[in-house]
Design a protein around this ligand. Structure first.
Ligand code: GDP
Length: 197
C-alpha cells in the first residue's frame, strides 16, 4: 500500500466521542517507550504525525488518523508506565476496555513489543486479555536494528514458546525497525489485504 495521505483527525479521552465513521480501524498499542510513535511515523512516511515524546506515559488519549481517506490508524496510550499511580492505572484500564468493547470498526489491534526483551508479563497479560475478549491482534516487534538476525530469531522463538503454552497458534507477527525502515511494507500490505476483505 502506498500512503497518499495521512491526516490527524482528533484526540479523545472519551471513546463515545471517537469518529462515528465506519471506516475500518487499526489500533496500535504497547508499553510506553516501545517505539509506537516512531513506528506510526515510519508507516505513514511522516516525520511527526505521531508525537514521539521524551516523557513516556504523557499522552493518555486515543488519537485518530485518517489514512488514504479510507481507513483509520489509531494511536492508543502506552501502558505499563512504572511511574503512574494505581488510580491512574485503573482509569487507563477502563478507558482501554471501553475502546475495545465499543469500537465496532476495529479490524485488528497491533500490540507492539520491544524485540530486545524476553516476554514480559504485562505484554503477555494484555495479549491474553485481547484473546479472551475475541479481539484479533498481531504482534509488532520493534527496534530490530538493535539486534543481529540470530538474536532476533532467539527472542521471537522465546515469544512463540510462551504464547504456544496458551494459544493453539502463534499470532501473526511483524519484525520492524523505524530507524532502518524495516517491516513497513509487510505491515501496510497486511492492512491492505484486510481492507480488501
Ligand atoms: P513511544 O513512547 O512508544 O511512542 O516510543 P517513541 O517512538 O517515542 O520511541 C521511544 C524511544 O525509542 C525513542 O528514543 C526512539 O528514538 C527510540 N526508537 C523508536 N523506534 C526505534 C527503532 O526502530 N530503532 C531504534 N534504535 N530506536 C527506536
Amino acid at each position: 500500500m502506498k500512503i497518499k495521505s495521512a491526516e490527524f483527525v482528533m484526540s479523545n479521552s472519551d471513546v463515545a466521542k471517537c469518529p462515528k465513521s465506519m471506516l475500518p480501524e487499526y489500533a496500535f498499542i504497547g508499553r510506553s517507550n516501545v517505539g509506537k510513535s516512531s513506528l506510526i511515523n515510519m508507516l505513514t512516511s511522516r516525520k511527526s504525525l505521531a508525537k514521539t515524546s521524551g516523557r513516556p506515559g504523557k499522552t493518555q488519549l486515543i488519537n485518530h488518523f485518517l489514512i488514504n481517506k479510507n481507513w483509520h490508524l489509531v494511536d492508543l496510550p502506552g501502558y505499563g508506565y512504572a511511574r503512574v499511580s494505581k488510580s491512574a492505572k485503573k482509569v487507563f484500564q477502563k478507558f482501554i476496555t471501553q475502546y475495545f468493547a465499543l469500537r465496532e470498526q476495529l479490524v485488528t489491534a497491533f500490540v507492539l513489543v520491544d524485540i530486545r526483551h524476553n516476554p514480559q508479563p504485562i505484554d503477555l497479560e494484555f495479549m491474553q486479555w485481547l484473546g479472551e475478549n475475541g479481539i484479533p491482534f498481531s504482534i509488532i516487534f520493534t527496534k530490530a536494528d538493535k539486534l543481529k538476525p540470530k538474536a532476533i530469531n532467539r527472542y521471537v522463538d522465546a515469544y512463540k514458546k510462551v504464547l504456544l503454552e496458551t494459544w493453539e497458534t502463534m499470532p501473526n507477527y511483524f519484525i520492524t525497525s523505524s530507524t532502518k525502515d524495516i517491516g513497513k511494507d509487510d505491515v501496510l500490505n497486511y492492512i491492505d489485504g484486510l481492507n480488501a476483505n
